[in-house]
Design a protein around this ligand. Structure first.
Ligand code: GAP
Length: 511
């Protein structure tokens, strides 16, 4: 596949053609950065949710799940800091009229220097193999040191300008670094302005009496305001976690790159409540647990990296991103934040209600600290889809498009094909589906030759195709064809459930 951009385009085209993702309201020319999940996409999305929920809630005795409302009391967002601080600094290029996030322009500039360092390191690894000491190389190589100096000379003033909300300082950095607009190529920039990302609406039917409320920009606050309800009714003991999956909304300045940055999206978040002073221990625990969860999918050990934040969110004292190698490069997939007691304390102050936990062992009350894991469901979907799409040349010279989605997450697990439409083969195929369909999402297909049917199922990532032929009627066997190896075996119909389960069961990922 030629370039990264081409690869993303291919993923977008494939997602549409094979019923994964459609542009929202497409018949009206769509709505910017809003997407609908189609028949295969919603299955994949549900499977990702199940993978996360099972790993998070079912497999951890001390984590429970909730489903809180999208609309919350407006004071929630004052307390959380979102009304005052959930802003992005935006800047326009006067020539192209394109709008950018000023901080992202600078971060991308830094990213290019980091890429140069990575390149030097890769060269060393290639040359010296296992003997290559990356740490020592980074500490001594003159090119690397020079580039590290450059990064520091940018990131120090950048960090300071961002934390002081010195927008003129941020603009000056863009000018000093001679960052040009990727569209016009010009350095003709406007001032930097703050832009609040929350969508507002009105509660109540009479406009004059209506209260301004917001569509939640993160699901986490629904957890914080329910923390004591859950702790008491669930008799939870610290440390414990509350998880939820739900929609969040942000009026993103630059909403590009398909479902990577959307204005309506879904988050899978977990807040872990801990004793103050133990938060770094738990922060490291969750960093470790989450990267393991990702790597279990087998998308590649080198597909992930941690990226510690330069600009910390207003609530965090430590924060890192798990970045994934998307077609557009390494980008944030999940955030892990040590949120201190910022949120609970703020809700105490604004609501006037005590949100303290009584620790029996310590015989004292305190406001717990919180470590959060927050992953974008749509980004996880894009990570899986883009990693799965392969164009393969086959031995006979033909080509196939195959989605090598991890089998337990595949939208359709089994496709069943009667070889012909007569001689009782369709009925036999439907009997097999009736047996399997409670455990596995099955699809029946009788149109076109078997080769074409295989191609269609490969393109949506179906791990197994079963063909029912005349022998099936005689001795209750079928051929089973594996998506990845394309090997076919004849097996007893009675063994199908077990054989299929060995590959597509979620247990394989969670074990
Ligand atoms: N509660 C913490 C929080 O919301 P965040 O880093 O702003 O932190 C968490 O968001 C995750 O949500 C991100 O890592 C990303 O995967 C996803 N996310 C954030 N904004 C998004 C958007 N506009 N479109 C799609 N996913 C988004």
């Amino acid at each position: 596949m030629a370039t990264n951009e081409d690869q993303l385009k291919k993923v977008i085209a494939h997602a549409k053609e094979y019923g994964f993702v459609f542009q929202s309201s497409e018949i009206y020319d769509g709505l910017s950065a809003i997407y609908d999940y189609a028949q295969n996409g919603s299955e994949l999305k549900n499977n990702i949710k199940e993978y996360w929920w099972t790993a998070m809630v079912r497999m951890n005795e001390n984590i429970v799940g909730i489903d809180s409302a999208i609309f919350m009391h407006p004071t929630t967002w004052k307390a959380s800091g979102h009304v005052d601080a959930f802003n992005d600094p935006l800047i326009d290029n006067k020539d192209s009229k394109k709008r950018y996030r000023a901080d992202v322009l600078i971060e991308e500039f830094i990213g290019k220097i980091e890429a140069k360092i990575d390149k030097e390191v890769k060269k060393g690894i290639k040359r010296f193999g296992d003997d290559f000491d990356v740490k020592q190389f980074k500490a001594t190589n003159p090119n690397v040191l020079r580039n590290q100096e450059k990064i520091k000379a940018i990131s120090d003033p950048f960090k300071e300008a961002m934390s002081l909300e010195d927008l003129e300082g941020v603009r000056q950095l863009i000018i000093d670094l001679e960052i040009a607009c990727p569209v016009s190529g010009s350095k003709n920039w406007t001032d930097v302005r703050q832009f609040n990302l929350m969508f507002g609406t009105e509660l109540g039917s009479v406009a004059g009496d209506a209260a301004k409320i917001y569509l939640r920009p993160e699901t986490a606050q629904g957890i914080f305001v329910n923390y004591l309800n859950v702790q008491k009714t669930g008799r939870m003991k610290i440390p414990f976690g509350i998880a939820q999956i739900g929609k969040a909304f942000r009026n993103e300045i630059v909403a590009r790159q398909f479902i990577f940055r959307m204005r309506e999206f879904e988050q899978m978040e977990m807040q872990f409540f801990v004793k103050p002073g133990t938060e770094m221990e738990w922060y490291n625990h969750w960093k470790d647990a989450r990267i393991k969860w990702h790597k279990s999918l087998g998308l590649g050990e080198d597909a992930y990296r941690f990226h510690d934040h330069i600009k910390m969110a207003h609530y965090a004292n430590a924060a890192t991103d798990i970045e994934f190698k998307f077609p557009m490069g390494f980008k944030e997939l999940e955030g892990i934040h040590s949120r201190t007691d910022f949120d609970l304390k703020a809700h105490e102050e604004h609501s006037g209600k005590k949100l303290k936990y009584f620790d029996n062992e310590e015989n004292k009350s305190y406001v717990p600290y919180v470590v959060e894991t927050s992953i974008g469901l749509d980004r996880m979907f894009l990570a899986i889809l883009s990693n799965a799409l392969h164009e393969e040349k086959l031995e006979d010279g033909s080509e196939r498009l195959v989605l090598k989605i991890p089998a337990p997450l595949a939208p359709v697990k089994v496709a069943v094909f009667p070889l012909t439409k007569k001689d009782g083969l369709p009925d036999k195929a439907r009997d097999i589906i009736d047996e399997l369909k409670i455990d596995y999402n099955c699809q029946y297909e009788e149109k076109d030759n078997i080769g074409k049917r295989y191609r269609r199922q490969d393109a949506i990532g179906t791990p197994y195709c079963l063909t029912v032929d005349h022998q099936s009627i005689e001795n209750n066997t079928v051929t089973i064809r594996d998506r990845d190896t394309m090997k076919q075996d004849r097996v007893a119909i009675a063994d199908l459930s077990k054989i299929i389960g060995e590959k597509v069961n979620l247990r394989n990922l969670l074990r």
